[in-house]
Ligand binder design. Structure first.
Ligand code: FAD
Length: 438
């Protein structure tokens, strides 16, 4: 049995490795010159930056976490999370509800008062159950936390109105601390939220790419990089997968690349399926990488909800995850800006983006321009799945079609789900377990 895996990101590589361990012949077809997808990293002038945004290794899934940690054994650094939110020129503890005591007193009162009023109103059945993400935020956190942090941050990262987003995905993805913790936080008793992430791992050398490299090591001869799949046909029981120059034949074809790219390779996709796929929403990402002489705040990463501060939604400090990702005496800063295809950010030059981020960091007193020794910009067309209100209807149509033609979808943009690395590896493991049963 020969299996062709379309896409050589974390999902495709993990799938290839585990299939090969089961004795199957595999080939991974990856469009870019380097495999790794969103989990690539680039080392330049002594700085290593993750090119798909700053990544850390964490999970609630013990089996998957053990797998990831085993892959980087000997190259693992464990870190305590110290994450903050930049709010009114102050660093507020993350999650916001656990950081209420860091707020100015009026905002603290606004947040805790509205939180408790909402709890009581919900308890009495005075507020109807939420039907979209925005309503869910108000219903869960009250007007204060909603308007000070949750709505501005979420609209900034998703680049989509929260009242046009579905809420089917929020459980487990958005921290929801116990009521007592929010009250404790407001009166200044220390509490921690989102605790499965409070200790995380990062490769000491090589950035997050070290994880995919370790996974890919035994299957490297089976990876064909620079192979952009452009057409997929079936002749009898054999799949023919081509990049326009070369054709690969396989008994089985599994897609881990974006499902939109898959459909573009197939003939005879019905108008309904195409319409559903075209309606799936996602956003893109720009990463501005900055290397400086000197140190940075002792923060793992910083959320920036206020649009007035800048377009950046998150700033990470990767040299805090591993001392090996910046030259001695230097620090690394990675600013992430999500955007939509074809919007104003897409047309900004690298120079303009760097200029804007540097000005913002200087105004936050994170750096002084004179300290800068390195800058670069990375762009990712597919960064986050955006769950709009029609998402579930549209993805069901697309998945049913792929199921009918016999191409399984595995991974973040193939399944078109908001999967982190652990979710991708879980999908691979579950896919293989189901396959074994058949
Ligand atoms: C900003 C950001 C931060 C993140 N941080 C974390 C984190 O801290 N922790 C965590 O666990 N997860 C994190 N993630 C999620 C993580 O990056 C993804 O879950 C994971 O990398 C997805 O892997 P994948 O293989 O499914 O998809 P991808 O990495 O997108 O891989 C798909 C591959 O398909 C290839 N491809 C596309 N078209 C074709 C074609 N026509 N032919 C051949 N190949 C093609 C692409 O080049 C790519 O290599 C983050 C994501 C983002 C955007």
């Amino acid at each position: 049995m020969k299996t062709a895996i379309l896409g050589g990101g974390l999902s495709g590589l993990t799938l290839a490795r585990l299939l090969q361990e089961q004795g199957e012949e595999v080939v991974v077809l990856e469009a870019e010159q380097e495999y790794g997808g969103l989990c690539r990293s680039k080392t330049d002038q002594g700085f290593t930056f993750d090119t798909g945004g700053s990544h850390i290794i964490f999970s609630r899934d013990d089996e998957v976490l053990t797998f990831m940690r085993r892959m980087i054994a000997g190259n693992e650094q464990r870190n305590n999370r110290t994450t903050k939110i930049f709010y009114k020129q102050q660093f507020v503890k993350y999650p916001f509800e656990n950081g209420l005591s860091d707020l100015p007193p009026e905002d603290r009162f606004f947040c805790i008062n509205e939180f408790i009023k909402t709890l009581i109103a919900v308890e009495k059945g005075e507020i109807p159950a939420p039907v979209n993400f925005r309503e869910w935020i108000y219903y869960t956190f009250g007007k204060g936390i909603a308007e000070c942090y949750m709505i501005p941050y979420n609209e900034k990262i998703w680049k989509y109105p929260t009242d046009k987003m579905s809420l089917h995905w929020v459980d487990g993805r958005i921290p929801r601390p116990p009521v007592e913790d929010v009250i404790k936080a407001a009166i200044g008793i220390d509490t921690d939220g989102y605790t499965h992430q409070s200790v995380f791992s990062y490769p000491r050398d090589g950035g997050i790419n070290a994880l995919v490299r370790a996974i890919a090591r035994p299957i490297e001869p089976c990876i064909k990089t620079g192979f952009r799949v452009t057409s997929i046909t079936k002749s009898g029981k054999i799949w023919q997968i081509s990049n326009g120059d070369e054709c690969i034949q396989a008994d089985q074809c599994i897609c881990t690349m974006p499902v939109q790219h898959l459909l573009a390779c197939l003939d005879d996709v019905s108008r309904d399926v195409k319409t559903a796929a075209d309606a799936l929403k996602y956003n893109s990402l720009v990463c501005v990488n900055i290397g400086i002489n000197g140190s940075v705040p002792g923060i793992s990463w910083l959320y920036v909800p206020d649009p007035a501060v800048g377009r950046t939604n998150r700033i990470s400090f990767p040299s805090g995850y591993s001392g090996h990702v910046a030259p001695h005496g230097c620090s690394a800063i990675l600013a992430e800006i999500t955007h939509q295809h074809g919007d104003d950010v897409a047309y900004l030059t690298d120079g303009e983006l760097i200029h804007e981020v540097v000005d913002m960091l200087q105004s936050m007193q994170v750096l002084h321009k004179d300290q800068i020794v390195y800058t670069s910009v990375e762009r990712q067309p597919f960064a986050y799945v955006v769950y709009d209100l029609d998402y579930q209807k549209n993805i069901a149509i697309v998945k049913e079609y792929c199921n009918e033609i016999g191409i399984p979808l595995v991974g973040r943009f193939a399944q078109f789900e908001y999967l982190n690395m652990d979710g991708c590896i879980r999908s691979v493991m579950d896919f293989l377990a189901t396959k074994e049963l058949q």
